[in-house]
Design a protein around this ligand. Sequence first.
Ligand SMILES: [Cu+2]
Length: 159
Amino acid sequence: MRRVLFWAMVLLAHASAARAATVIVNVGGANPVFSPQTITINAGDKVTFVNKGGYHNAVADDGSFRCAQGCDGDGKGGSGNASKANWTASVIFARPGTIGYFCEIHGAPGTGMYGTIVVQAPQALVATPGIGTSVALLLGCLLALVAAWRLRRNQDTSC
Ligand SMILES: [Cu+2]
């Protein structure tokens, strides 16, 4: 019985983990670009900017974030001032919308070194294959558990 509960919890954890993803955007390197330049994520996902070389930062057109070695106002002493250190900085996008951003050294909104993040609204549970699969697995597991429990009430069962 404990094993069944364990696996049910593993499946549930998997289902909730599938909701929030981390997407990497490479910053600079051989060329002063953000790569991929345009990404599409789901609300709640995290974008991690990784400086691959050069003097850069990542600044939202609307001022909602300004990041390099951390982000301005992150409460951890981070600074969005452009830096050539091998910095990484993460931003979580909670709300749907399209957010443009740029490097203050090599670009401006929509020109030069800039990028776009398309944040989609949260998708229905069944519309996300990863979650749907987990739910199906979990339901299958529970049905198997009920069937096994009816057959052998006194024995430990497992999926
Ligand atoms: Cu730059």
